[in-house]
Design a protein around this ligand. Structure first.
Ligand SMILES: [Mg+2]
Length: 284
C-alpha cells in the first residue's frame, strides 16, 4: 500500500483516520449509487484516510465488490472489503478440517470465497453428510434446497449463517434478506445457527487484532441499527447512521440504547459538514 499523505478535512470526517462503510443502503442500492457516495469515498482516500467496506451481503466475492465500486467510479481494491462470506470462510478454516465438505444455501460469490479458502462445495447431502451447511442470501432459494439443508443439519452437519439480515435494500423497495432463508432452515430443524456477520464482532475482530482497525480512531457508517450500529457499539467504534437505506429517523427515536448511533446523516456528504458543497464542487 502506498504511503498515505494525511490532509485536513472539514467536519466530522477530520476526526477519524479510518472509515468502515457498509455497502447496501450506504454506498448504493442495487445498481444505483447513492448521492455523493462516489465523491465522498474518493475524497477520504485522497485525504489519506483508510477506507474499508463491511457488508453482510454474501452474494459476491471481494473481487466482485471491488469491480462493482470501480465501475461506479470509486477507487477500491479487494483487500478493502470485509464481507460476511469471507469472514465465514475464515471462521470455518479454524473450525473445520482443511478441505471439509460444505453444503451451501447461497449464491456463487459465497461458494467462490469458500472454495478459495480450501473447502469443497457439495451439491448433495447424501450419502455423505457435509461438515456444515452454510446459509447466505440465495435468490434461487427453493423447497428442495431447504429439505437438503434440513436433512444435513438433522444428521449432524453444523448450521452456519453468513448473516441474519431480515431485509435487503434494493433500488426501490426492501427484499427478503439472508435472515429469511436462515429462519426457514432454523424452523425446519429446530436449531439455531452460528451467525458470522454483523452484529457479531467476529467479522471485525481479525482486523482489530492485527491493528488494521483501531476502534477509537475509526468511524463506522451504516444504514441498519440492528447490525451496523449494534456492532459498532459492541466494539466501541464511533458510528453514524445514514438515512439512505433501511433505518428511518423514527426508528432511531425508538431504538434501544445499544442500537443508538452518535450521528445521523442524511447522506454521506454530511461527513464534511457545512463545507460539503464547496468540497464536492471542487472534487475532480
Ligand atoms: Mg446496509
Amino acid at each position: 500500500m502506498p504511503e498515505r499523505v494525511r490532509t485536513e478535512l472539514p467536519g466530522l470526517a477530520n476526526r477519524f483516520e479510518t472509515f468502515v462503510f457498509d455497502l447496501d443502503g450506504v454506498v448504493y442500492r442495487g445498481q444505483r449509487v447513492l448521492p455523493h457516495a462516489v465523491e465522498v469515498l474518493n475524497l477520504l482516500q485522497e485525504a489519506g484516510r483508510q477506507v474499508f467496506f463491511l457488508t453482510n451481503n454474501s452474494g459476491a466475492t471481494r473481487q466482485q465488490y471491488a469491480e462493482k465500486l470501480r465501475a461506479m467510479g470509486v477507487d477500491a481494491q479487494p483487500e478493502q472489503f470485509i464481507t460476511s462470506a469471507w469472514a465465514t470462510a475464515l471462521y470455518l478454516q479454524r473450525a473445520l478440517n482443511p478441505g471439509a465438505k460444505l453444503f451451501v444455501v447461497g449464491e456463487p460469490g459465497l461458494k467462490q470465497e469458500l472454495r478459495t479458502a480450501g473447502f469443497e462445495i457439495v451439491e448433495r447431502v447424501e450419502p455423505e453428510i457435509p461438515a456444515a451447511v452454510v446459509v447466505g442470501i440465495d435468490r434461487a432459494f427453493s423447497y428442495a434446497r431447504l429439505a437438503q439443508a434440513q436433512y444435513a443439519i438433522l444428521s449432524g452437519a453444523r448450521f452456519i449463517a453468513t448473516n441474519a439480515d431480515a431485509t435487503y435494500p434494493a433500488e426501490d423497495r426492501l427484499l427478503p434478506g439472508a435472515g429469511a432463508m436462515v429462519a426457514a432452515i432454523a424452523t425446519a430443524t429446530g436449531q439455531k445457527p452460528r451467525i458470522i456477520g454483523k452484529p457479531n464482532p467476529q467479522i471485525l475482530q481479525p482486523y482489530i487484532e492485527r491493528g488494521l482497525i483501531q476502534p477509537e480512531r475509526t468511524l463506522l457508517v451504516g444504514d441498519r441499527l440492528d447490525t451496523d450500529i449494534a456492532l459498532a457499539n459492541l466494539l466501541h467504534i464511533p458510528c453514524a447512521l445514514v438515512l439512505t437505506g433501511v433505518a428511518t429517523r423514527d426508528e432511531v427515536a425508538s431504538a434501544p440504547m445499544e442500537q443508538l448511533p452518535q450521528w445521523v446523516l442524511n447522506d454521506l456528504s454530511d461527513l464534511f459538514g457545512d463545507a460539503v458543497r464547496h468540497l464536492l464542487l471542487h472534487a475532480h
